[in-house]
Design a protein around this ligand. Structure first.
Ligand SMILES: Cc1ncc(COP(=O)(O)O)c(C=O)c1O
Length: 395
């Protein structure tokens, strides 16, 4: 059977590959400590489950409006106004099957063949593939670890060409664990003024910020930023709802209309009763979102401190999301357990094989000096995994 060139051009997700290998080892009875997964280890709060179960029981099991049920679009608009200081009409919002789908569909809606998309490194693994599938060309910009891996306004200016259609800003960042300050974003927004460059602002980790870090939506920076921004968000990370598949986009009305037309032929609508879960999620009656955030904050600080105490490991303190992204390149060139470590992939493979710790090679995110460790796991497992990593690097 023939497979299209388009499908052949897309590799399987590197983050999932490590996870799969770790699961295989686990299935064989090996005690693997997994730092690979990008999802909260907490269960979805009960009030959200209850709402979805009640929706099934009451027969909310039919097709819904393509861009999502009106009540949910309205609730999202209210959330954006209250929490993000953003004024969107419900018609400017579309609900999708997860933020991953939101990214894919918005690129399909606004990019043309040959358009350029500026993607700072490190980047989330889906951006290159979604860009390519939209016929556009990814222009990566290598960031400086000394600037906490954040793109500077000067770099943005330099990267813009007549073909630039979009820049992706992901703050808080996966895999970097950093968050742009409002001033840093303002400076980038200023650089874009007078251009036709759209901003795809992926804000999926907005609730997970640490140490007093302030989150600001890109579209809230100025009137100009509002007009050029496609805001991506969803329920997966803040509400521990990864398996529910629920995300959304807020953008200028013409973008939402185009996405809605595409969605009508691709997925029709997000799952009816899942939308009912999303509708109540924002109420957070028991402060569970904040409690999860507090726990992540403790774990992130602990993990980064432990990593920085290991010789040849340099880890910026995470200010958002749930990832540590240490530079481990000081160990490249070494032979550990008979295996020569030349890059992040060798590092991750040998660590998993020899010390049974799963993490993700930074090469998958465009930063081969680094590896990504998720701290969406218990303190006990963080301790166990870092102990193993430390011992392995000393061996
Ligand atoms: C930066 C970023 N954006 C979007 C997503 C997608 O989230 P979901 O599709 O689960 O809503 C992820 C998930 O890992 C992510 O890390």
């Amino acid at each position: 059977m023939k497979v299209s060139k388009r499908a052949q051009s897309v590799p399987s997700s590197a983050t999932m590959a490590v996870d799969t290998k770790a699961k295989e080892l686990k299935a064989k009875g090996v005690d693997v400590v997994g730092f690979g997964a990008g999802e909260p280890d907490f269960d979805t709060p009960q009030y959200i489950k209850d709402a979805a179960i009640a929706a099934i029981k009451s027969g909310k099991t039919k097709y819904t409006a393509t861009p999502g049920i009106p009540e949910l679009r309205k609730a999202i608009a209210e959330k954006l106004l209250k929490e993000n200081n953003l004024t969107y009409k419900p018609e400017q919002i579309i609900v999708n099957i997860g933020a991953k789908h939101s990214v894919y569909e918005s690129m399909q809606a606004v990019l043309d063949e040959g358009d350029e998309v500026i993607v700072p490194t490190p980047y989330w693994v889906t951006y290159p593939e979604a860009t390519k599938l939209a016929g556009a060309v990814m222009k990566t910009v290598e960031t400086d670890p000394k600037n906490d891996y954040k793109i500077t306004p000067e770099q943005v200016k330099k990267a813009i060409t007549p073909k630039t259609a979009m820049i992706i800003i992901n703050s808080p960042n996966n895999p970097g664990g950093f968050t742009y300050t409002p001033d840093e974003l303002r400076a980038i927004a200023k650089t874009l003024e007078g251009t036709n460059v759209m901003v795809l602002s992926d804000e999926i980790y907005e609730r997970l910020v640490y140490d007093g870090t302030k989150f600001i939506s890109f579209a809230a920076l100025s009137e100009d930023a509002y007009k050029r921004t496609i805001t991506i968000n969803g329920f997966s990370k803040a509400y521990a709802m990864t398996g529910w598949r629920l995300g959304y986009v807020a953008a200028p009305i013409e973008v939402i209309k185009a996405m809605s037309r595409l969605q009508g032929h691709m997925t029709q609508n997000p799952v009816s009763f899942v939308q009912q879960g999303g509708l109540v999620a924002f109420t957070d009656p028991n402060n569970e979102v904040e409690n999860m955030r507090i726990e992540f904050e403790k774990r992130g600080k602990f993990m980064a401190d432990r990593l920085n105490a290991i010789q040849g490991v340099k880890c910026p303190k995470p200010t958002g999301a749930f990832y540590c992204f240490p530079d481990v390149s000081a160990h490249f060139g070494r032979t550990i357990g008979g295996v020569k470590i030349n890059n992040s992939m060798d590092f991750a493979a040998a660590l998993l094989e020899q010390a049974n710790v799963a993490l993700v090679p930074g090469g998958a995110f465009g930063c081969d000096n680094n590896v990504r460790l998720s701290f969406a796991t218990s303190m006990e497992l963080i301790t166990k995994g870092i102990d193993r990593l430390e011992k392995w690097l000393k061996s």
